[in-house]
Design a protein around this ligand. Sequence first.
Ligand code: ADP
Ligand code: MG
Ligand code: ZN
Length: 629
Amino acid sequence: MMQPNKPTSKKQSMDWLWWIATLVLLAWTIWQFWPQSQPQANLSYSTFLSQVQAGNVTRVQIAGADITGAFAKSYTVTDAASKTTQTYTTFRTMFPDVVGDATLLPLLESHNVAIDVTPAPTNVLLDLLINGLPVLLLAGIILWSVSQSMRQQSGVFSFGRNRARVYLYDRPLVTFDDVADGEEAKNDLREVVDFLRHPDKYHQIGARIPRGVLLVGPPGTGKTLMARAVAGEANVPFFSISASEFVEMFVGVGASRVRDLFQKSKEVAPAIVFIDELDAVGRRRGAGVGNVNDEREQTLNQLLVEMDGFDERHEVIVLAATNRPDVLDPALLRPGRFDRQVTIGLPDRKGREGILKIHTRSLPLAANVDLALLARTTTGLSGADLANLTNEAALTAARNNHREISLADFEEALDKLLLGGARPLLLDAHDRRVVAYHEAGHALVAWLTPGSDPVHKITIIPHGRALGVTAQMPNDDHYNYSREYLLTRLAVMLGGRAAEEIALDDITTGAENDLVEATRLARRMTTRWGMGALGPLAFQADEQQPFLGYELAQGKEYSETTAARIDENVEQLIGERYAAVKDLLQSARDKLDRLVQALLHEETLDQDRLAQILGPRPLAEQMEILQQA
Ligand code: ADP
Ligand code: MG
Ligand code: ZN
């Protein structure tokens, strides 16, 4: 995935080896079994002696145990079975004994046979080659095919060369101007930029420069972009590696890679080393089992060693990104390591507008596109989402043969982003009805519950993995959630199942995801946010604890009795909500049915259409916000 063309070129060279091996094997076979051009009689030693005595031998050549020679006249053999005769002029035989035959020489001499002695063939290497080659080849082929299959399984054999490019660096051209929002983060990072630009200033005064800066924030908020912008501002080389790449199968590989990376960066200092997904390698040590962990630990240790190993004069600054600073090994956060944290959050409304501006800079926008309005309706989207949105809008415009990107293109792109791509899937009439009631249940509960996020869109066209979707869009950025708000969230999640139960003969599996989400939310309310019957207590029982090894080592922090009370409380929270939601839907049964009819007819309804069908939302101020958006 990293480099699509690399594996093929490698495969080609392996093909070459194949060819050479086959050719050599073929040549060897031919050479071994090629019929001798001059037929040579194979004599037994006694026949040889009798031929000498008969005076039929003029010349012998002795090489070790081999004896070859020429007949005086010729030697004819008749094959009794096939009745063919064969005439020979030369022969070959062997001493019957390794020590030779002491009586042979006098015998030959007495019959005037010319004797020619050459040393026994001593070319052991050639001998070995001839005899051992096929074995070697066979072994080679077996080894090769084994390595092939192993590589397919794990990619073990490709690490060295393929990853060498990781240490290549570039000089990013992006600057802080290309990063919208995040003024605070930029201010924090300006010091780093200044140090990289004028290191002497800092050395002279003896200031201790931050060695590592940790960029903390959810995915897609521009951490990588920010790190590149720092390098761009300072105009220094930018080394980048993802920590998950460190975690290889062979122990020691990750560690040596860290060493190489830092070595290279020191050579071209001042420079920036950027380690993405630091949590992949920087999780707490000393927990969990298995090889991968050893490797991770060694890599982490090496990272710490390298960061300590910088003396004050090394102008290399390490930036790292993570979205889980809480799981990082405390040793990483000590002074002299990643002792500074820069938080990059999801963009607020102004931030979103800025990001949209940056990403539409070079795009032809129609006059009706209001980026401020668009920023309003995209609460909760990250920078990456927004970048994606503008690109999707441009694609949509091109597909629709527009010369400018219109508001409608943005709307279409946003739908695609929020709902996932539509999936062609034919539902029969019954399934459509089920999905319509389910989604209408979600939407109606949201509609009727003051304080809940307004419904942006509702559809019974399958999207992604869902059969239908009800998309809500927060009115404004939430930084903090009230208990009241979370309860309405619970209610909306349960609305789908409740509608099924009220209006249909039977309930379906369609609510699976809703129930998972609702249960998780209720549990967190109880155990993390102190919003349940157990009072303001937090329990270390977050099921999202990602590092199983750590949790196993730690164990639970509360008793079984408490666990039972938590379960009870979760049950109660959901039970109460569910009852309330069912009451609510039952009392608005006519609205539910109307909504379902509209859905079955039109398949997708937006905010305005919902308002037409259901009448105004209970709270006037909610409507106002809706109309603005
Ligand atoms: P992260 O590393 O935090 O996951 P990235 O830096 O990879 O996020 O962001 C992905 C893309 O999203 C960037 O390449 C950029 O196009 C866009 N993006 C994110 N945040 C911003 C921002 N603040 N300003 C401009 N573009 C942004
Ligand atoms: Mg990133
Ligand atoms: Zn649902």
